[in-house]
Design a protein. Structure first.
Length: 317
């Protein structure tokens, strides 16, 4: 049994649980009239001092700053894609469509990382693992089934805009993360998950300040409620979930099958969102196609975990 891969999958599942809160809190901010630019930028503006404190307590800021000074271009580029493009699109989608649609669309991350692999790597990692990819497609099919009852007669124009934005977000997140891992590998630098999240958050600040200025020009200062909601997202998703996810991907960065499986665990967010709705919001228990789709997603995630945990020979890091 590949214990490293299995533990990485468990970490990814834990990260997905904390990521799930993003959709509900962002949609609540949008319904309350909060501008999407503030929703996006506040998460990272609040996250940065928290991460700086955590990294400082562990004495790990110096290696990050040294790496950023040595090669500022990659840090700016990959944080711009993996953090800024990812979350701007996700926040704009929350402003345009319901949270269930945003959560469902983002589950394309189940296969996004595997599809991107040939574009990123020139070694064994550039191969799309056929079994994991096939199970990933089945999992995506389960996500689609879960949404059939909600789509009803079709989506309005705002819904299609939201779906397009969230699909961009689903590819931007694994792309930025994988490119940063690859950059550090080529430079021979070893940074922890917390250090990488801190460094990418810091590198993304120039763009986040631009987004914040845009939000101020368009809607003025954010409300206290939006600040609190963004603070909740910052702690749950920006710190806890992101660090767990980066730790998981870092552990299996040289194993294409396990890396794809770890990224695919984000598909569990839709299951977590459904269960939270039943347990906390008195929403009805899933039935019909929604229940069938949920079972398919659950089986798909279990299959990916099993495939990733199989022992195999891996390329040396």
């Amino acid at each position: 049994m590949n214990k490293t891969a299995f533990r990485a999958v468990l970490l990814a599942l834990a990260s997905a649980l904390f990521f799930t809160l993003t959709y509900v809190l962002n949609r609540r901010a949008a319904v309350a009239g909060g501008h999407w630019a503030w929703t996006a930028s506040l998460r990272y503006l609040i996250t940065l001092p928290i991460l700086a404190g955590l990294v400082g307590l562990r004495g790990g800021a110096r290696p990050v700053l040294s790496a950023m000074r040595a090669s500022p271009g990659p840090w700016l580029a990959w944080s711009g894609i993996g953090f800024v493009l990812f979350y701007v699109c996700l926040s704009y989608a929350a402003d345009s469509g319901p949270s269930w649609l945003v959560a469902a669309g983002f589950q394309l991350t189940v296969v996004a990382g595997m599809v991107l692999a040939p574009l990123l790597y020139d070694d064994e990692r550039g191969r799309i693992p056929p079994l994991a990819f096939g199970i990933g497609l089945v999992t995506v099919g389960g996500v689609v089934l879960m949404q059939l009852g909600r789509i009803g007669s079709g989506l309005q124009s705002d819904g299609w805009i939201a779906l397009g934005c969230v699909l961009v977000s689903a590819f931007a997140y694994p792309f930025g993360n994988r490119r940063m891992l690859l950059h550090l590998e080529r430079e021979g630098r070893s940074l922890s998950a917390l250090q990488r999240v801190f460094g990418m958050t810091l590198a993304s600040m120039p763009l986040w300040l631009v987004v914040a200025v845009w939000g101020f020009v368009r809607s003025g200062a954010p409300s206290i409620e939006q600040v609190w909601l963004s603070g909740g997202v910052a702690v749950s998703a920006g710190v806890i979930a992101t660090v767990l996810f980066f730790e998981a991907t870092g552990r299996v960065r040289n194993d294409p099958t396990a890396l794809g499986a770890v990224e695919a665990m984000q598909g569990s967010e839709l299951l977590f969102a459904t269960l939270m709705g039943v347990a906390l919001l008195d929403e009805p228990w899933p039935a019909g196609w929604t229940l069938v789709g949920g079972v398919v997603v659950l089986l798909g995630l279990a299959g990916l975990a099993a495939v990733s945990a199989r022992p195999r020979s891996l390329p040396r890091p």
